[in-house]
Ligand binder design. Sequence first.
Ligand code: LMR
Length: 394
Amino acid sequence: MFETLKPQPADTILTLMAKYREDPRDTKIDLGVGVYKDATGLTPVMRAVKSAEYTLWEQQDSKSYVGLAGDPAFGDAMVKLVLADSVERNNVAAAATPGGTGAIRQAFELIQMARPEARVFVSNPTWPNHISMLKYLDMEMVPYSYFDDETRGVDFDGMMADLKGVKAGDVVLLHGCCHNPTGANLNPSQWDEVIAHLKSTGATPMIDIAYQGFGEGLEQDAMATRKVAAAMPETIIATSCSKNFGIYRERTGMLIVVSHDTSAKSLNQATLAYLNRQNFSFPPDHGARLVTMILNDDALRADWMAEVEGIRTSLLDLRGQLASELQRLSGSDRFGFLAEHRGMFSRLGATPEQVEKLRVDAGIYMVGDSRMNIAGLNAKSIPILAKAIIDAGI
Ligand code: LMR
């Protein structure tokens, strides 16, 4: 039977990861996959995670199944982290998923189940796996303008013009903070306009918030999501602990469904559990348990928050250093957007040929659309990257 299989399109980010690994040059610079790295290039286990892991190892006496939606305490802790008190807990269904990707995939299936004809509006560009999963599920997708290639900021007029095409029953996928891949984000008044427009259409927002804490801060980064969830009758939220808890391989995420119709909660919750059962049964527990322990313990939580804040400020610092080195070399302010962007990524605005030239000539690996992982930089690589950018004529 397997002779009928056809090769599937390669994932751009993961292909780049493999190419980087194979490159023998010891001067190579990895700005590809969205993984935080410290100044030494290590993706560390966070202090609070290590500490919770130690306690868990000492105290856990069973690894038996928990529940299809995961441990309810994990649901409570994550709903609080993302939504605070913007909505009644009674109006929120939540299920643990294998990572943020699992949450997005379950969300798409939920949408398909509820409304097979729903169109999903996605920013152009968006995380490539959003598109890949929607195609895989054969769901209709409509791109909306998002990035202004000239200013490297948000093309807000273009975005609003395209969102005029949204109808009741459609879903609009938004990045809660730290837009992936561009790093360009809506400001609070632009969020207000988007919310007012979505309200007038009857469409449902879906928010991917995979990088909470890496932009303006843990609270600040959740503000837009909280506003949307408070204002709209229904909101779908896919969240991840991969980045802000640094537990990438533990596959820890959560799908949250807010409905202001309180009577909908039990059906929503049961449907999330049902979807988990169909796809993987019980979600992974180890990472979820660590996150719950950290969020519910004052000392661990404070330490975790301090470490996330350290990551955030180091990203800002790297952005500032790169922007000023480029200003020095180019004698212009045209790279100032790098310091304005937020989160792990910035889209440089280079052509695919220029991106390839950086890889071949200088061993600099960024995604083909010129998305750079800012965390892949350090004081030594910034001048090398800046020079290579200028040499490539970007
Ligand atoms: C990324 O965008 O690089 C990360 O979210 C990792 C991934 O799975 O693509």
